[in-house]
Design a binder for this molecule. Structure first.
Ligand code: ADP
Ligand code: MG
Length: 627
């Protein structure tokens, strides 16, 4: 084009595109999901703005919020058109080219590790997946604030933008012309497109049309006698005389024939009724699973559980929540900067998925949405914070989320609705799903105990670990308590690098000999967690590596014996304490006191930490973090 302005892709974007266009990845279908999802996002954005200014919608045809797909089989072009917000020239540069998004590098890294292209949408670079099937793409776009532009690229490191002065006026929105690679021509087949939309885009909340052909059968009169006959027929039909004429009719019938004709028309491919508005009873598990895939922009990954509920009362909303079976890439590494993943709608209108006050950070791995009837439609991302009903929503959401986790932990079937489960046979508890959950997300539950004090007890119920009694199978505080010895008042634990090392710890000699169960905490976060969890179910926790370890109540005889021993070794313990120089050489630090103790069974002595100070394990972790 004459007026084209050339731009270079940002280096990482260029590399990404290069990888995609040469990809041998077999599941190329996902490009359609990504483009339709962008079209839907663009429509959401427009609808939100139009709440304040309905003039933005335009009039007539233009105001219809929809997505239209059509193909030109001969030219091998697939076209996707939306009447969404469109892009200004600046948007084109920012969004489709020159500026790298944070996800670009992360996605490249993931791909190098042999990651799945399927996840591209989760990295915010879904648009480029079009180059899985295309060798040349045109994006024609019109934003209300700017002129109509064409962006085009063959993925060769650069792209061009030109003002579109000659093409069809698109009014508002975006048209993407996908010039399919030679061996991807099947994406211009109607049947293929129908299949893909059904598979990936069923839950898009705008109608998706396909310009599709249909065979229709028409009865047409046989040519030769035509002219006259038809004329007579009409006359006869007008007259009232009957019998003779009807005989005539019968004789004439064989003179018509059936002709098959192909007609083209727009066909709606999706039933765009929002799943969360439906009665949970009418939604199948398969539909929830597919909805999850749509939310998570993934395929083939089933959620571990879901919850579909309605909150009533002062604050009304509907919600669907999912527990993913896999943590998103880098989820824990980026814990403090992760984006929220909950979508907020107000009366069916999508408002934002970037509001981080809908769920606490530690639950941000959950996928789902909230559709509120209480918030005003005039709400904006900026003013959300001021609505007190959001606090209530958050509280109820957390409660529901923890409920769902509890049920999963107990091995219940995923919740279908609030009123379900009547008359259903109780299946034996299956905790395998929870174990998957624990492997993927256990750490966030521990973070929750630290960050969400009011729910700490509920979260503690969800914690799993190994113990001296259960070294190979995960167990819980409740199970530990059910095994507590008579007279045992505390829950004993010890933290360290591995359960094998802990099992041999001299700290545990007496405890184990006396048959007390000890929890082995081996995750670096565990001791932080325990500092925030002084007790569970009215039982106090006791760190076995600390000075104040008590092994049940001592009787009078024991107390007397202890006193005698203390006296007997008084001189020795004093002398030990004076040996600071020697201690320092050996341990690198001073000892605070030296005591005679009952806690050992075979080792002659042990170094413990004061009741108030950091444990040795904690110091080890902090030293490691300081590096
Ligand atoms: P994401 O959708 O996660 O932001 P994409 O790579 O899919 O990432 O799209 C990049 C950006 O390009 C979008 O955020 C949006 O701003 C813009 N965009 C893509 N497709 C459209 C469209 N059909 N209409 C308007 N803007 C679009
Ligand atoms: Mg996208």
């Amino acid at each position: 084009r004459q007026n084209a302005e050339k731009f270079e892709f940002q280096a990482e974007v260029s590399r990404l595109m290069d990888i995609i266009i040469n990809s041998l990845y077999s599941n190329k279908d996902i490009f359609l999901r990504e483009l339709i999802s962008n079209a839907s996002d663009a429509l959401d954005k427009l609808r939100l703005l139009a709440l304040k200014d309905s003039a933005l919608l335009g009039e007539g045809e233009e105001a219809a919020l929809e997505i239209r797909i059509r193909v030109d089989k001969e030219k091998r072009v697939l076209q996707i058109r939306d009447r969404g917000i469109g892009m200004t020239k600046k948007d084109l540069v920012n969004n489709l080219g020159t500026i790298a998004k944070s996800g670009t590098a992360a996605f490249l890294e993931q791909m190098q590790k042999g990651g799945d292209v399927n996840l591209i949408g989760q990295f915010g670079v879904g648009f480029y997946s079009v180059y899985l099937v295309a060798d040349y793409v045109e994006v024609i776009t019109k934003h209300n604030d700017d002129k109509q532009y064409i962006w085009e690229s063959d993925a060769g490191g650069n792209y061009a933008i030109s003002e579109d002065t000659e093409g069809e006026r698109i009014g508002r929105g975006t048209v993407i012309n996908i010039h399919l690679k030679e061996d991807e021509a099947h994406y211009a087949e109607e049947a293929k497109l129908k299949e893909l939309v059904a598979k990936y885009s069923e839950f898009i909340n705008f109608p998706i049309y396909l310009y599709a052909s249909k065979e229709v059968s028409n009865e047409v009169p046989v040519e030769d006698e035509e002219g006259e006959d038809e004329a007579t027929e009409t006359e006869e039909a007008d007259s009232d005389e009957s019998e003779e004429e009807s005989e005539n009719d019968e004789e004439e019938k064989p003179k018509t024939k059936t002709v098959k004709e192909t007609v083209w028309d727009w066909e709606v491919l999706n039933d765009n009724k929002a799943i969360w508005l439906r009665d949970p009873k009418d939604v199948s598990e398969q539909e929830y699973n597919k909805f999850y895939e749509a939310l998570a922009k993934t395929t083939g990954e089933k959620p571990l559980a879901y919850s579909h509920f309605k909150a009533e009362g002062d604050v009304e909303f509907k919600s669907v929540l999912f527990i993913p079976s896999k943590a998103p890439f880098g989820f824990l590494d980026n814990y403090y900067t992760n984006k929220p993943s909950m979508k907020l709608y107000v009366r069916r209108v999508f408002i934002t998925d970037e509001f981080d006050e809908l769920m606490p950070r530690y639950l941000s791995f959950l996928r789902g949405l909230v559709d509120s009837d209480t918030l005003p439609l005039s709400v904006s991302r900026e003013t959300l914070q001021q609505h007190s009903s959001l606090k209530t929503i958050k509280k109820k959401m957390v409660r529901k989320a923890l409920d769902m986790l509890r049920k999963l932990a107990e091995g219940d079937k995923p919740e279908e609705s609030d009123e379900d489960a009547e008359g259903e046979e109780a299946a034996p508890a299956d905790t395998s799903k929870y174990e998957t959950f624990w492997t993927e997300f256990g750490k966030v539950i521990k973070l929750g105990i630290i960050e969400d004090k009011p729910n700490a007890q509920r979260l503690a119920k969800l914690v799993r670990f190994h113990t001296s009694h259960s070294p190979d199978k995960l167990t819980s505080f409740d199970e530990y308590i059910s095994r507590m010895k008579e007279g045992q008042k505390q829950i004993y634990y010890i933290a360290g690098e591995s359960k094998e090392a802990l099992a041999k710890s001299p700290f545990l000699e007496q405890l184990l000999k006396k048959g007390y169960e000890v929890i082995y905490f081996t995750d670096s976060i565990d001791e932080y967690m325990m500092q925030n969890l002084p007790e569970y179910d009215d039982k106090k926790f006791q760190n076995a590596s600390k000075e104040d370890l008590k092994l049940g109540d001592k009787d009078k005889k024991q107390k007397k014996q202890e006193k005698e021993l203390k006296e007997r070794f008084k001189e020795l313990t004093e002398r030990f304490k004076e040996l600071t120089v020697w201690w320092k050489d050996v341990l690198g630090s001073e000892v605070e006191k030296v005591k005679v103790s009952h806690r050992l069974a075979s080792s002659p002595c042990v170094v413990v930490t004061g009741a108030q100070g950091w444990s040795a394990n904690m110091e080890r972790i902090m030293r490691a973090q300081a590096l």
